[in-house]
Write a protein that binds this ligand. Structure first.
Ligand code: NAP
Length: 285
């Protein structure tokens, strides 16, 4: 692309950022829509967050994604935070408009869109979320108002119980329990949609899975938000058990689509963004 005086700059702040797939997705979509925009990863250490945010603002950057470890600490530097992001307490997308920093979290909506696109609408379904970390919180706040029954199971039981309590205060009945062989055997058979939002199964521990094939039934949907590797041990178990399986790359692309829409007001092609990531994965093999 040709960078000109009026090229709009978007980016990502995090530590690390080297392996992020977001520059590939966004730059491919800018190119296809012929937008004079570029997306750049910025490696920002925690001690530099405040200065980096001020710098991005003064340089006239148009918007940026936020990743680990800044998703929570960034909140205090923002002028406005959208309601769902405020409930979640974490930000993954910032738009800079007229010098003001506006914070969003597109992970929950991204997960919802991935489910719907696969024909597994969570409305009026029994949903079980494994995990109570940042991603699980985003998914839980988005799905709690839609599902019939939401159960959260987490290794650290206290975090599952306290997330369920937060959701209860926001008006939804949610159960929080520990993640143990017993709770899994009690909850999973009743589940229509099982969502793994733990980091179990993520590279390099690719052989791990929170749930074995024996508990998965053919009528359920198994959604693993882990995207590295794209085909996790949990998804393989779901396929073997005859269940529908959805991988984390879908959610990754949808949360990127939503950020792109917030920044530009335009809808990028899901296909283009997905292809950009898949081509990269093929080149890296
Ligand atoms: P996080 O805030 O660090 O939370 C990690 C979660 O995993 C916690 O609930 C933790 O339980 C649980 N966990 C970790 N190791 C475990 C183990 N050995 N056994 C059982 N539970 C374990 O991380 P996060 O940001 O939520 O990310 C979680 C995963 O989602 C990562 O793989 C990330 O790449 C993926 N993700 C995907 C997308 C997407 O677009 N597809 C978006 C965001 C995140 P404790 O509370 O007990 O520690």
């Amino acid at each position: 692309m040709v960078i000109t005086g009026d090229t709009r700059i978007y980016g990502l702040i995090g530590d690390p950022v080297e392996h992020s797939l977001s520059p590939l997705m966004h730059n491919a979509a800018f190119k296809e829509l012929n937008l004079n925009c570029v997306y750049i990863p910025f490696h920002v250490r925690s001690t530099e967050l405040s200065r980096a945010v001020k710098g991005l603002q003064s340089l006239g950057i148009s918007g940026f994604n936020v990743t680990i470890p800044h998703k929570i600490p960034i909140v205090k530097y923002l002028d406005e935070v959208e309601k769902e992001a405020s409930n979640i307490g974490a930000i993954n997308t910032v738009a800079i408009q007229k010098g003001k920093l506006l914070g969003y979290n597109t992970d929950g909506t991204g997960a919802y869109r991935a489910l719907r696109a696969a024909g597994s609408d969570p409305r009026d379904k029994n949903v079980t979320i494994l995990g109570a970390g940042g991603a699980a919180r985003a998914v839980a706040f988005h799905l709690a108002p839609l599902s019939r029954n939401l159960v959260i199971l987490n290794r650290t039981r206290k975090k599952a119980v306290s997330l369920a309590l937060e959701l209860h205060k926001a008006g939804w009945d949610v159960t929080g329990r520990g993640l143990t062989p017993q709770t899994l055997s009690e909850e999973v058979p009743e589940t229509d949609i099982l969502i793994n939002a733990t980091s179990l199964g993520m590279y390099p521990e690719v052989d791990k899975t929170p749930v074995g094939r024996d508990l998965i039934h053919p009528k359920m949907t198994v959604f693993d938000i882990v995207y590295d590797p794209p085909q996790t041990t949990l998804l393989q178990a779901a396929n073997e058990a005859g269940a529908k399986s959805i991988g984390g790359l879908q959610m990754l692309v949808y949360q990127g689509v939503l950020a792109f829409e917030i920044w530009t007001g335009k809808t990028p092609s899901m296909k283009t963004m997905t292809r950009a990531i898949e081509e990269h994965a093929r080149r890296s093999l």
